[in-house]
Design a protein around this ligand. Structure first.
Ligand SMILES: [Zn+2]
Length: 117
């Protein structure tokens, strides 16, 4: 289950980002997930629950935002985004295959409250 290691990496980065603050409570964690990242939402949520137990993220909400596929039309060169495959240029309707973005998973932002615990 690669969701577990993806989530581990995300939580490490999030903890790094929080290390300079006095965190009282983390409300939510926003993560962007590419359409092609092959992440199963249920497994991702499970990994979050399992890995945040007894951490500063315990009880926080996981917000997942979909990152569309970014591609370039081989015919006219237009760069466009789409959430589904097959990819097709909106201008000239040529099929596109080049993937510029849409496979990544990254931590985007955290909503937290500062103060003493
Ligand atoms: Zn085109």
């Amino acid at each position: 289950m690669h969701e577990m290691s993806l989530m581990e990496g995300i939580l490490n980065r999030a903890a790094d980002a929080l290390s300079e603050y006095k965190v009282a409570k983390v409300n939510s964690l926003t993560v962007r997930v590419g359409v092609l990242a092959n992440v199963m939402p249920a497994a991702f949520e499970f990994a979050f629950e399992a890995l945040t137990d007894d951490t500063i993220f315990s009880g926080a909400r996981l917000i997942t935002e979909v990152l569309p596929i970014k591609t370039r039309c081989p015919q006219c060169g237009k760069i466009f985004e789409q959430e589904h495959i097959p990819l097709q240029c909106p201008d000239c309707h040529t099929a596109a295959e080049e993937i510029l973005a849409g496979t990544e998973v990254y931590f985007a932002s955290i909503d937290f409250e500062e103060g003493d615990r």
